[in-house]
Design a protein around this ligand. Sequence first.
Ligand code: MLZ
Length: 267
Amino acid sequence: PSTEFNWDDYLKETNSQAAPPDCFKQHLTPPLNEFKPGMKLEAIDPRNETSTCVATVIGSIGPRLRLRLDGSDNSNDFWRLVDSSEINPVGTCEKQGGMLQPPLGYRNNASNWRNFLQRNLTGAEMASPKCFKKEPKSPPSNLFEVGMKLEAVDKKNPHLICVATVGDVKQDDFRIHVQFDGWRGAFDYWTTYDSREIFPVGWCRLSGHPLQPPGQKGKTGAGNVATAPKSKSLTQNPGTVDTTGNNHSRGAKAEVPEPETTLYINS
Ligand code: MLZ
């Protein structure tokens, strides 16, 4: 049997339904990526959403761009879809009467910012307006239901899109709880139903983006051995919770001995 992940088989196996595409703020056909590495554009600083900065395309996966704000270091890269409303051609901000800002954490003297920007943009390739695709419409309301399957960005490893389930829905404040299949909670998060980081089943295949199959945590059988953290490292480091969320069991059997840890909670 093929080891490749297949949504049809998986939906049958788990006796579940894909969230219908109209739940999502995504185009039915993923947008074409015409950006090239090195191109410059304007982006909202994800750490300071009131400022618009110059960014460089560092790379891309399918229609997702890996961006770095000019004047920032390489540890704050972020990802945006080519049809994101948070990116624009260079010049857009000034046309609208705004001013390009240094990114949060800009290390040089801020009074040299104008010079930096000028030097930085001279000779650089600006992404042409046709690279920027129209943002899709937002669904009229939160149409998600508990148990529906989807594809979602792992915010802790934002280059990854993974198999996920709607674990909870809050009708009143527009949010859904994204739970990653086979990972026991450590990567799960709440997000709004119109997030650009959640996608209908099949989006990755259509867009040429890799899809991470479900993890093995909480599964019984041979699959455990490969991904279970070594109990050695757990006993050597009592008091740490491993990044795979091993302590966030969702009723599944523990595969490794519990570390001897007492957690005191001060209320
Ligand atoms: N290297 C990481 C990847 C986890 C990805 C989980 N995605 C839901 C780890 O094994 O911790």
